[in-house]
Every structure is written in C-alpha cells, then in structure tokens.
Design a protein around this ligand. Structure first.
Ligand SMILES: Nc1nc2c(ncn2[C@@H]2O[C@H](COP(=O)(O)OP(=O)(O)OP(=O)(O)O)[C@@H](O)[C@H]2O)c(=O)[nH]1
Ligand SMILES: [Mg+2]
Length: 614
C-alpha cells in the first residue's frame, strides 16, 4: 500500500488570466514584498517579461518560474501569458502546480481567455483563488464581476469544492490586496496568507523512486540548456545516475551534474531536492518538453498533459524572390529546417511538417500572433524566408463531415459602432450569442469561424475608429460554415524591376494607398500598394521622368506624395492573399505575387477562374 506524504514547506501556484489583467505586475510586487530584492535595488517593471519581444510588446509570451518566501514557506510561482495564441504555454505548465490565482480585471470582467485557462485548471482539479485586480480603476465594478466569475465557474462545471473559492481584491500595480471591499487594501499579505491557507501543499507517494517530468526548457549562456520540472516522487542528489525517458519509451543514461531551485527570479545551485519541489537541471542537452527524468530503477514515463491542437498554419519557404540572399544570413533550406524543428523543443503548441515541396515547411500554431512572434524572432536572428497567407486547419468527424475551428469572440464597442461590427462579423459568418451594456460600451459575444477573423482586426479598428476592443479564443470545431470572402481590395503590383521614383509614385498613388517610398528597390511582381478597387492592377512605380517630356503633373511641377502606409509584421500577415507571399528578411518585409511575371500570372488567374466557374 502506498502512503501519501506532504511537503508542508512548499506551495506551487500558477497565475492565470486573460491578457493584460495584471499577472506579471502582480508577480513584481509579490517578489518585492517577500524581500527578493535589496532595499535600494533598481528593478525593471514587469521583471518576468524578460525577453526582447515581451518587453517591446508589453505582453508575456512564455510562462516563467519564480519563487518567493513567506514565513517558512516557499511559494513557487509560474507567471503565464494571457494572450490566447500562447494558451499552450498555460496548458504546458499547469501540471507543475497545485493551485491557481485566477486574475480578473475589475472593470473588464471575465473574457474569453479567462474561460479557457480556468477550464484547463478545473479539468486538472487545481484549487483556485480568485483575484479581482485593478479595483483602483474608475470604471471598476468588482461586485458585478464577481457574479460573472461565479457564473463562469458554474458554466464550466466546477465542483462544490472549487466553487468555494476565496476572493481577494487587489491593486497589483501598487502591490495592495484586501479580503473585502470595505477594508482598504494595503499590502499583499492578505493574498500571500490566502495562498498558504488555501492552496494544498504538494503530496507524493513516499515509497516511490525519483521521477520528474520536464515541463519547461530554458537557456543560459553560462550553463547551456536548462530543463525545468516538478519532482513528482522521490529525491535526487548531485552526481546521481538517472535515465531520460522519452514519451516513445526510448531511454538514455545520464548523471545529475548541476541542479538549481528558484529564489526570486534567479536560479540558485542546490545539492539535493525532493518531491514537490520545482527544480532546474543543466547538462541534459537532448531533453525535450514532456520527457521524464527518473531513477534508473523506474523506466515508465510519466503521463504528459495533452495540449490543444493548432488551428492555423502558414507555409515557410526558402526565399526565391529576385532579391533572395541579399539581406539574410541564414537563407537555405537546411538552415530554415533546422531552425523550425529546433523551435519545437520549447514551443509546445507549435507543429512543423515537411510538404511536397522540399524547400517549404508547414508551420501550425494557435493564432497569427504566435506565428508572427516566431517570424519576428527568426528575422532578428538573421533568417530570410517567405511565408504564405495563414490558413485555418480543418478536421473531419466520424461521418467525414468537414469541421472548422470556431473562435469565441467578445467585442467591447461604443454604442455608435456596434451596428457596423455586427454587420461585419455577420458577413464573416459570425453568430451573435449575447449583447449587454457593460460600463460605457456594448459588450457583444459571438462564435465566429477562425477563417472569418483573418484580416478582421484591421477592418474592426477602422470601423470603430480605434475605439473598439476585441478578444478571442479558440472555442471548438463545428461544421463548415460556407465561403467567406477575403480582402475586399486588390493589390497594386509592379510590372517593372528597378528603383521607385517620386515621379512615378505620384501617378500610381492615384490608384490607391502606397506601401513604398521613392528610392525603394522593387522587382516585377512585388506588391507596392493597395488598389482602391477589388481587383489587382499592374503599375509602374519605377518610371523615370524624361527630361524631354515637359508634361508636369502639378502646375508648379512639384511632386506631392502621400506618406506610404507603414505596416507592422502582423498587418502584413493580415494583408496577404492566397496568391501572394510575404518576403521576410532581417531588413525588409515585402509582399509579392507568388507568380512574378505579369503575363504568366494573368494566365494562371484566368485558368483558376475558369475552373471555379466550371
Ligand atoms: N489601474 C491598474 N492597472 C494595472 C493594475 N495591475 C496591472 N495594471 C496594468 O495593466 C497592464 C498589464 O499588466 P501586465 O502585468 O503586463 O498584465 P499581464 O496579465 O501579465 O499581461 P499578459 O502577460 O500579456 O497576459 C499594465 O499596464 C499594468 O500597469 C492595477 O491594479 N490597476
Ligand atoms: Mg504577463
């Protein structure tokens, strides 16, 4: 018979929430108030958002570990991302913890990703603490939000024990919390005390040998690859022999050469560790997420949580534009293949597959932002390649019926614009399920095919004049909803190779919105702007003014150019159509037609139109 033992000196928790509800800010203050930093130490805001793109975008992309001490107890904390594209990160780490802090913004209330992460936590029987954050907001409506949270728990089938969650009100930004809205919030002590009294300490079967599952991988320039996980059973010492067991059952002998535990945001070397602790190991070069590290006497791998499947895919291919190889450092198929497959080691919600074409790979993920972050990371590392329009991944059910991913969408829009938004989402096959006034705005809830959301953000922001907010998360698979029309405007495509001139651009800009400045290197088949009409148009942005030609466009002969449209990587990805590619280099982003030659392209377009008509 096995006996359960308890580690009373430890608590393991994750902080989960919708994007921007204040998780990383709360971790900052938990670290500060538990004495992690020296009195006068200068610490960056949102210290856990440590990678460049996280700091630039102000969002968390990867889940990360930290630890604080409160009294005699060590609290291991995992900060998680709230953006739905990185939901896989949350699923990945939940097996490390016994409880969660579910943060909810006191004004915004529960949003799609609140539902997604809470569902995952409840499925794993984790103990929740609800933290209603940002009660300092002038539009805070904490009591109502608490009702909405309770409804959400019930809708997700929480059991009686889980429904009995404690509630903390907080101002993460000021490091304050309170158990009641009638008591002013002062420090985070009420939250820390609640964590200790509510979240169960880790338990384990005392008789079992050492086993842990790797749930995160890190990298340090000093110590190389770092494998992170929670010890499920047994204990381990420096120098111990262990085995690395892959999910397929294959086994590798290894030795523990360096071991660390988290102290604040640092890793501190330790000599031994036992069940319930979250530790990091170095020296395991070939380890992957989901591998088990075990005492050699035990060769059964531990079960790893299933992660939701990707819903969206893009093709990454070798750049074959006329400018290929000019700007990138890594441009060949083997380099791109190696980089993409390497990404799979840490990015658990991503898939990479070979395709019929040897220099093209299909990369699938949870959303456009997840793929955009990979693209941006690769281009900063010196990679050059081309990507296709994101396509949604369909499935078939037992009756061979075509199913497509449906997203749960919530929009907050001022009264004046809600009609337009309902109209646009209707056109994109969205189904409205709820509409309520929330504060100063109307909150409307929809189920929309993921297909219908590609390119939607730009249209949404334009139609609400930037005043609307949209949140969405994967909901489920449903029968195919029928055709959705794509971009409503065509492209202005260059018919020339050369350098753009102000003279030519002044004429071309009459046709739509330009993407390029004068003096830009351009090739035939490159997209230089957006047409104001639906179809594509060939233009010549490189035409030089002949000195003998006295015709001037303005009476004074001065060229007037509108500033070109500046697009972010995400906007470029939203813009491209099926017959286009985005050329990505460390220096430039260019949209091009897949077929560069104008005549060949027109012929191909005619052929596919004939096929569609037939
Ligand atoms: N007014 C107010 N703002 C807060 C509070 N807590 C956090 N914020 C702000 O909310 C924004 C988002 O905070 P983050 O801590 O990055 O949120 P997050 O939940 O970690 O976001 P993701 O990791 O991207 O999901 C920041 O601008 C914070 O300053 C609070 O208590 N009150
Ligand atoms: Mg964060």
């Amino acid at each position: 018979m096995s006996t359960e033992s308890v580690r009373l000196d430890i608590r393991n928790i994750a902080i989960i929430a919708h994007v921007d509800h204040g998780k990383t800010t709360l971790v900052d203050h938990l670290l500060r108030q538990s004495g992690t930093f020296r009195e006068n130490q200068v610490v960056a805001e949102r210290v856990m958002d440590s990678n460049d793109l996280e700091r630039e975008k102000g969002i968390t992309i990867m889940a990360k570990n930290a630890a604080v001490r409160w009294g005699d107890i060590k609290i291991n904390i995992v900060d998680t991302p709230g953006h739905s594209d990185f939901g896989g990160e949350v699923e990945r780490i939940l097996s490390m913890v016994d409880g969660v802090l579910l943060l909810v913004d006191a004004a915004e209330g529960p949003l799609p990703q609140t539902r997604f992460v809470l569902k995952k936590a409840l499925e794993l029987n984790l103990i929740p603490i609800v933290v209603i954050n940002k009660i300092d907001r002038s539009d805070a409506r904490a009591p109502e939000v608490l009702d909405e949270i309770l409804e959400l728990f019930i809708a997700l089938g929480a059991d009686y024990h889980q429904l009995d969650f404690p509630v903390i009100y907080a101002i993460a930004k000021q490091g304050k919390s309170t158990l009641s809205l009638n008591t002013p919030a002062e420090t985070l002590a009420p939250l820390l005390e609640t964590i200790i009294s509510t979240i169960p300490p880790p338990t384990y079967e005392a008789a079992k040998p050492f086993q842990m599952i790797i749930t995160a991988l890190g990298w340090s320039d000093y110590i190389g690859r770092i494998a992170i996980g929670r010890i499920q059973t047994g204990s381990v010492k420096m120098g111990d022999s262990v085995v690395l067991i892959r999910p397929d059952g294959s086994i590798e002998q290894q030795r523990i050469t360096k071991m660390y535990a988290y102290e604040g945001v640092q890793r501190a070397e330790i000599q031994e560790a036992s069940a319930g602790e979250i530790i990091a190991l170095s020296g395991f070069e070939n380890v992957h997420i989901g591998d088990t590290i075990s005492d050699p006497s035990c060769t059964e791998p531990l079960a790893y949580v299933n992660i939701e499947e990707p819903t969206i895919a893009m093709e990454f291919s070798v750049n074959n534009s006329p400018f290929a190889g000019r700007e990138g450092k890594h441009v060949t198929t083997p380099k791109i293949r190696e980089r993409l497959f390497r990404e799979l080691r840490t990015n658990v919600a991503l898939r990479v597959a070979e395709t019929d074409s040897p220099d093209t790979f299909k990369v699938s993920g949870r959303g456009e932002l997840q793929l955009a972050i990979l693209i941006e990371t690769m281009r900063r590392e010196g990679y050059e390649f081309a990507v296709s329009k994101p396509e949604v991944l369909f499935k078939r059910n037992e009756d061979n019926k075509l199913l497509e991913p449906i997203e749960h969408v919530i929009v907050d829009v001022p009264d004046a614009h809600i009609g337009t938004v309902i109209e646009i989402l209707g056109r994109r096959k969205g189904e409205m399920v709820n509409m309520t006034p929330t504060g100063d705005v109307i909150r409307a809830e929809f189920y929309v095919p993921a297909r219908g959301l590609i390119g939607f953000r730009t249209e949404f922001l334009t139609s609400t004049r930037g005043s609307g907010i949209i949140h969405h998360t994967f909901h489920d698979y449903q029968p195919y909803k029928g055709t959705i029309t794509g971009r409503t405007k065509g492209a202005l495509v260059s018919m020339e190779t050369g350098s753009s001139t102000a003279y030519a651009l002044e004429m071309v800009q009459e046709r739509g919105v330009m993407f390029v400045n004068p003096g830009t290197e351009i090739y035939e088949g490159m997209v230089v702007g957006e047409n104001s009409r639906e179809d594509d148009m060939s233009v010549n942005p490189c035409r030089a003014k002949h000195l003998t030609n006295m015709r001037a466009s303005g009476s004074d002969g001065i060229v007037r150019l509108d500033p070109p449209r500046q697009m972010s990587l995400e906007q470029f990805i939203e813009f491209i159509e099926d017959d286009e590619l985005l050329e990505v280099t460390p220096v430039n982003l260019r949209i091009r037609k897949k077929i560069l030659d104008s005549t060949a392209r027109q012929r191909a377009a005619k052929r596919s139109k004939n096929q569609a008509d037939a």
